[in-house]
Design a protein around this ligand. Structure first.
Ligand code: ATP
Ligand code: ATP
Ligand code: CA
Length: 219
């Protein structure tokens, strides 16, 4: 299978981190920024790094951007440049475009012009940290829809020594434990007979209201 090729436009903290992580995972990454210092910073990290203004269609064309499997637009503060870049990528027929949105209006426009994925790193990280602050037992949190999530919850002594069947979690709370992390092991799709230990990390999927009920009543 051909290696996937990525391009990251905008090498601020977010774009830079995306670029670095993709590269660390062995992906082919073209790093693009209008700022030469930023590009130099990533020259040794990404497969290729070029100084370019992504709002210039001719420049993007000459980079062969159309042939990349996935382009990430990480221009934050300059909303106009972000929108124009996304529009050009779309018109050039890029297969998949992910864009960082700065606010709800920005997101609306990006949706209209056909961005495939829109991310709000500051907002999403804020939500995750808030969940973690409210409940010490919640380690991480992934929003699936505005009403459903996947949450990592640490099992306390009230759960210790009981099986999923005894606790009857799905029937009582309507949530599913999809996996249990214990030390360095992970038990995927645990059986009803699986006994929970204190300190296990339960990976739970369900409606937010049901997960909240479980957290409040049991954990
Ligand atoms: P952070 O992720 O650090 O919060 P940000 O997204 O707020 O960053 P910005 O400085 O607004 O950061 O933009 C990210 C990068 O996008 C900058 O390095 C900037 O030089 C680059 N950039 C802005 N406009 C363009 C453009 N037209 N073409 C290419 N790169 C651009
Ligand atoms: P259900 O009655 O929910 O259809 P089932 O008939 O498939 O379950 P089991 O799989 O034996 O029965 O599970 C019995 C009960 O144990 C379930 O009703 C549920 O409350 C609990 N349970 C089992 N596995 C899980 C899980 N992964 N997550 C949450 N609860 C579970
Ligand atoms: Ca910023």
């Amino acid at each position: 299978m051909k290696k996937k090729e990525f391009a990251v436009i905008g090498l601020g903290r977010f774009g830079g981190s995306v670029c670095r992580t993709l590269s660390e995972q062995g992906m082919e990454v073209l790093a693009i920024d209008i700022n030469e210092d930023r590009v130099n910073e990533y020259a040794s990290i990404a497969s290729h790094a070029v100084v370019a203004d992504s709002t210039d269609e001719a420049v993007l064309k000459s980079l062969g951007i159309r042939n990349f499997d996935h382009v990430i637009v990480a221009i934050g503060d300059n909303i106009q440049a972000s929108i124009l870049t996304t529009l050009i990528l779309k018109e050039l027929g890029v297969e998949k475009i992910t864009v960082k949105a700065t606010n709800d209006y920005h997101e609306k426009v990006l949706k209209k012009i056909g961005a495939d994925q829109i991310v709000h790193p500051e907002r999403d990280m804020g939500e995750r940290i808030a969940h973690n602050i409210i409940s010490n037992n919640v380690l991480d949190y992934l929003e699936l829809s505005d009403r459903h999530s996947i949450v990592e919850i640490v099992a306390n002594d009230r759960l210790h020594g009981h099986s999923l069947l005894e606790l009857d979690i799905r029937a009582k709370y309507g949530i599913n434990i999809v996996a249990i992390k214990r030390d360095n092991d992970i038990i995927v799709s645990p059986l009803a007979s699986e006994i929970i230990h204190k300190g296990d990390i339960l990976i739970v999927i369900g409606a937010d209201v049901d997960i909240d009920r479980f957290e409040n009543q049991v954990v």
